[in-house]
Design a protein around this ligand. Structure first.
Ligand SMILES: NC(=O)c1ccc[n+]([C@@H]2O[C@H](COP(=O)([O-])OP(=O)(O)OC[C@H]3O[C@@H](n4cnc5c(N)ncnc54)[C@H](OP(=O)(O)O)[C@@H]3O)[C@@H](O)[C@H]2O)c1
Length: 300
């Protein structure tokens, strides 16, 4: 049995679907009021629980061989409807999950972190990721930390103000740092593979096939649409200060500004080998932009 924690989310949902279509037994930890219909529909077992309620985690881990943890509070915090903080869910909650898994005799724990997580930007999300990585390092379980570069569907989309349809982009910093934006489906395929392969590595850092700066992504978008994008730039220093000032008051927004600084200062030293080695043929960022531009054309 594989327990997916975060399966009502984008990444975790894809992981659960991939594992089910491979015939694996999957259980999903789902918060009390969250909709589990889609997960039931694929034949997943549901355990009601919450990272911030340690008592619910023991039952979810019973009879589980492998845990895959993708849950995060950040998106729900940004939507403004979520009471738990990144500290209580991502950091303390994931620690409780690791402890519950260990106590239940779980053999393997696969955790999604982000590439360059040790860059020292100091955001709440970074602190949670590093704290979890350290806690896992001391675990008796076989632990796998998959550090992914930024997701194309988040950071090259309107969600992160890269809006091809509206012709508008916001960039933190100079925009000339090469990143390997990766497709969420490719990350999901990697996590599913790491749950099942005989001897997974303890740590992997990876991204998509194509190193691309934000400025290059803008140039590609302009080429594809045949019009200039309106680019709004926030200096790195302003984003750094905003991230620090927001701190605990708005942990999600502080983490978003920090992520922007990270993406503008931390050049990708990783590549797509961890994906290709597992037979995954990752989508390039250019292909993703091409799809976005074509959707924008069709809807106009
Ligand atoms: N975005 C990027 O560029 C990037 C890059 C590298 C790594 N990552 C990592 O990838 C993961 C993102 O996954 P995603 O896209 O699937 O996120 P998502 O769509 O925001 O989903 C978050 C999931 O976490 C669950 N969750 C939140 N708080 C919880 C709690 N207290 N107890 C139990 N479950 C809880 C949510 O459940 P509800 O539906 O009930 O709210 C949902 O299932 C994160 O760990 C993130 O740090 C992201």
């Amino acid at each position: 049995m594989i327990l997916v924690v975060g399966a009502t989310g984008d990444l975790g949902g894809r992981v659960a679907r991939l594992l089910r279509s491979d015939g694996q037994d999957v259980r999903c930890l789902v918060r009390r009021h969250s909709d589990d219909a889609g997960l039931r529909g694929i034949g997943a077992d549901i355990a009601r629980g919450d990272l911030t309620e340690p008592a619910t985690l023991a039952a979810a881990c019973q009879g589980v061989d492998t845990v895959i943890a993708t849950a995060t509070a950040i998106t729900r915090r940004l939507a403004g409807t979520y009471p738990a903080t990144i500290r209580s869910a991502d950091e303390d909650g994931t620690r409780s999950l690791v402890d519950a898994a260990e106590a239940a005799g779980v053999r393997r724990f696969v955790y999604i972190s982000f590439a360059g997580a040790d860059a020292g930007i100091g955001t709440p999300l970074e602190r949670a990721k590093i704290a979890t990585e350290k806690h896992l390092a001391n675990s008796v379980m076989q632990t796998v930390i998959a550090r992914s570069d930024a997701f194309q569907e988040v950071h090259l989309s309107p969600m992160a103000r890269f809006d091809i349809a509206a012709g508008k982009v916001s960039v933190i910093g100079r925009g000339d740092t090469g990143r390997r934006w990766v497709a969420i489906e490719d990350v999901a395929a990697l996590l599913a593979a790491l749950a099942l392969e005989p001897n997974p590595p303890a740590l992997l850092e990876f991204g998509g096939p194509e190193p691309l700066t934000k400025n290059e992504a803008i140039a590609i978008a302009e080429d594809l649409t045949g019009r200039r994008m309106k680019v709004q730039r926030m200096p790195r220093l302003v984003a750094r200060v905003a991230s620090r000032l927001l701190g605990r008051r708005n942990d999600a927004l502080a983490s978003v500004f920090g992520a922007g600084v990270h993406q503008d200062t931390c050049e990708a030293t990783w590549d797509d080998r961890p994906l290709r080695q597992r037979g995954i043929n990752p989508r390039s960022a250019s292909d993703f932009l091409r799809e976005q531009a074509s959707q924008a054309r069709n809807s106009s």
